[in-house]
Design a protein around this ligand. Structure first.
Ligand code: 6PG
Length: 476
């Protein structure tokens, strides 16, 4: 055995993870179902550091020092199962199989049980940061047993991104916790991208600014509390000019956003857990709406009856939009952390939320200045019931609310669709309401289905004979 760790799956992500490990001094075994890929990798990168190529799984596994660590980096789903089973066949008790793909956390829970019945460890690790991240330092979210982390953790921490000297990798929790947290990361990523897109659309439609002008606004915002990778790349995307036509490229891109499914999974799971992640859900639905080509075509004929006054104070409007973006972003993250909190309770994971925010400060797609503030919020109070109610965020939301209302009202009046700005404000108003019309819903449910209700003035569960005035309500 000559390798410290192995990566199976020589796609771009697998190759880059392997190169990152090897650059950090770990002798890295590499393998792939079709051996040409491995040969190709060795041809391109074999001289960079110490790689141990293999022709088949048996050779791949036998090149690893025990307890063996084999990373799977193939397409999530059936391919992952196939590679896991073949790895397991050649491994021995105590060895560790690591899945770094974007796997569904419930698959990870199943795979962990399958491996543990064979005396093996299975670690589902979320890896964020795209191709560049995998090569130069991603954010890594491993689940699995604490024992497996003892062996794997130091290597993952070494190759992860660093912020203030701290690695963007921590043991998130047992079995599927790592992949769950990565899934919510992606849901938040969808919401974050959508709020940025809404801000862009408002600046474009209400101020008539060009892509290049909006790029400068985002570049300036990147120097504020909004400073983040997504804001930074937004400025770059908006700056890009098509060489052929001289038109901003964004104006030539078809306006239908697609997805590979992690946002959808986040929303599906949020419904299972009954956690209102309205920002993530609206962002996911917005991608769906953009892709609803026939319906969009059919709706073209509507007169929107929109107001047509122009913004007079442009600078003030730009600042309002920035604040609305910031407030909506706080809501999105607050909801995402609610989902993680509820999942931890439901699935029995001990997840330290400050650590989750800490490892998202660098390496990953949602990396941002803001995540340092979230880390501090959970450090101030590890039992925080609502992230947006943390003293720092509460003050910021409070300061942003007037601007947020102005922007949403303006968008509604002028027919600019802002699903996440608007629904986040609605969510904020729902949470702070002293009383919600849910009382009426309970009355309606009891009326037609005897679904019962609770009262504010006495204990118990009640049913009313609504159609028979005078007949006393009953305790159910
Ligand atoms: C990351 C990204 C990455 C990918 C997602 C989202 O953290 O590095 O989230 O995992 O971009 O799969 O892709 P879609 O937008 O296609 O769903």
């Amino acid at each position: 055995a000559t390798a410290d760790i192995g990566v199976y799956g020589m796609g771009v992500m697998g190759s880059n993870l392997a190169r990152n490990l090897a650059r950090n001094g770990y002798r890295t075994a590499v393998g792939n179902r079709s051996v040409e890929r491995t040969a190709d990798f060795m041809g391109k990168h074999g001289e960079e550091a110490v790689f141990v190529p293999s022709h088949n799984m048996a050779e791949f596994i036998s090149s690893l020092e025990p307890p063996r660590v084999g990373i799977i980096m193939v397409q999530a789903g059936a391919a992952t199962d196939a590679v896991m089973e073949s790895m397991a066949e050649h491994m021995e008790a105590g060895d560790i199989i690591v899945d770094c793909g974007n796997s569904l956390f419930s698959d990870t829970v199943r795979r962990e049980a399958w491996c543990s019945a064979r005396g093996l460890h299975f670690v589902g690790a979320g890896v964020s940061g795209g191709e560049e991240g995998a090569l130069w330092g991603p954010s890594i979210m491993p689940g699995g047993t604490p024992e497996s982390y003892d062996r794997l953790g130091p290597m993952f921490e070494a190759i992860s991104a660093k912020v203030d000297g701290e690695p963007c990798c921590t043991h998130v929790g047992t079995d599927g916790a790592g992949h769950f947290v990565k899934m919510v990361h992606n849901g938040i990523e969808y919401a974050d991208m959508q709020v940025i897109a809404e801000a862009y659309d408002l600046l474009k439609q209400r101020l008539g600014l060009s892509a290049g002008e909006i790029a400068e606004i985002f570049a300036a915002w990147n120097e504020t509390e909004l400073g983040s990778y997504l804001i930074e790349i937004t400025a770059e995307v908006l700056r890009q000019v098509d060489a052929e036509t001289g038109t901003p490229l964004v104006d030539l891109i078809v306006d239908r956003a697609s997805q590979k499914g992690t946002g959808k999974w986040t929303v599906q799971n949020a419904l299972d857990l009954a956690v209102p992640v309205t920002a993530i859900a609206e962002a996911t639905m917005a991608r769906g709406a953009s892709s609803a080509t026939e319906q969009r075509q059919a709706a073209r004929t509507f007169a929107g009856h929109t107001a047509n006054d122009e913004i007079t104070n442009k600078e003030a409007f730009i600042e309002d939009v920035r604040q609305a973006l910031y407030a909506s972003k706080i809501v999105a993250y607050s909801q995402g952390f609610d989902q993680i909190t509820e999942a931890a309770k439901t699935y029995g994971w001990d997840i330290n939320r400050a650590n989750v925010a800490r490892i998202w400060r660098g390496g990953c797609i949602i990396r941002a200045v803001f995540l340092g503030d979230i880390t501090e919020a959970y450090e101030r109070n590890s039992e925080l019931p609502l992230l947006m109610a943390d003293e720092n965020f509460a003050a910021k939301i409070d300061a942003a609310v007037p601007a947020w209302r102005r922007v949403v009202a303006d968008a509604v009046l002028h027919g600019v669709p802002t699903p996440v700005f608007s629904s986040s404000l609605v969510y904020f108003d729902m949470l702070r309401a002293k009383r919600l019309p849910a009382a009426l819903i309970q009355g309606q449910r009891d009326f037609f289905g005897a679904h019962t209700y609770q009262r504010t003035d006495k204990e118990g569960t009640f049913h009313t004979f609504w159609a028979e005035p005078g007949r006393p309500e009953e305790e159910a």
